[in-house]
Design a protein around this ligand. Structure first.
Ligand code: HEM
Length: 251
């Protein structure tokens, strides 16, 4: 896989094409133009939008305790056509974005965009954070969605099921690394997206917007860590149907 990229605006093909050093996505580059645009767009919608909701809304309800979390999981599980929504709105777009992302990495498409200021670092970080997020997402989806108690059927066991994983320290650390990697990838990805689609124009606007994206990275990471800390600091809750049923009946 390619790890090198031209570091600055002055030394890249794209920079010669474009005075600001960021190569916009252009028509006229064959069918690859379409796939690159789709890759770029899926990073924001729906994949990024889902990550936003997942960290800042759904998982953040855990900060208010097990009951609040169970309510949120029950609400999500009760959405109409939930399996179709998951498949078309989450799994397929993530699979496409990730696999095409690996393809871009493999092909070393360094000249499609120059990563300014810290060039190689940012280029590599975007790829490695994506790869780490990929490993984490596969593990997390497999264990939470496809093993153990089905949380759509038994939302009352959701807090306990997450706790069961997070109480294992190596798994907790894996979650922290996955969270930070996905947060960085998305936050810096917003910056890349805005540069590529001509939303931020000019060096000053892009530099200022970078600070906003970095602040957003800290927000995502901090809220995610606060939720995880709550799971770890609360005594173990129900992890199976009979226990969750008992609590439901006692209400
Ligand atoms: C947590 C889920 C993910 C989110 C929210 C996400 C979001 C984004 C966003 C918003 C961008 C910027 C779009 C652009 O370049 O115009 C991006 C770029 C990128 N993503 Fe992801 N992504 C995710 C997972 C992945 C995975 C698993 C990979 C696999 C390696 C990956 C690989 C890439 C690559 C290589 C780029 C840079 C493309 C370039 O420099 O031209 N992403 N991502």
């Amino acid at each position: 896989m390619s790890t090198a990229v031209s570091p600055g605006p002055s030394s890249t093909t794209s920079a010669n094409d474009h005075p600001q050093g960021i190569a916009p996505l252009r028509a006229g580059q064959g069918h690859e133009f379409f796939w690159r645009r789709l890759h770029s767009l899926t990073g924001i919608i729906p994949v990024g939008a889902f990550l936003f909701e997942h960290i800042l809304i759904s998982n953040a309800t855990a900060i208010n305790g097990a009951t609040a979390y169970a309510h949120q999981v029950r609400f999500l599980g009760s959405l109409p056509f939930v399996l179709g929504l998951e498949l078309l709105g989450i799994w397929l777009p993530i699979a496409f974005h990730a696999l095409y992302g690996f393809y871009i990495w493999y092909r070393g498409r360094a000249n499609l965009i120059s990563y300014p200021w810290m060039g190689n670092w940012m280029y590599s970080l975007q790829r490695w954070s994506g790869a780490i997020a990929f490993a984490y997402i596969i593990w997390h989806t497999y264990t939470m969605r496809f093993t153990g108690v089905d949380l759509h059927e038994v939302p009352g066991a959701s807090f306990g099921k997450v706790q069961h994983e997070l109480f294992v320290t190596p798994l907790f650390l894996f979650y922290v690394i996955g969270l930070v990697a996905a947060s960085w990838h998305f936050a810096y990805g917003i910056w890349l997206f805005c540069a590529k689609w001509g939303i931020t124009v000019g060096e000053r606007a892009r530099q200022k917007f970078l600070y906003i994206c970095i602040a957003f990275f800290f927000l995502l990471s901090a809220v995610g860590l606060a939720s995880m800390t709550k799971f770890r600091s609360t005594p173990q809750q129900c992890t199976d149907q009979p226990c969750a049923d008992q609590i439901e009946q006692a209400k």
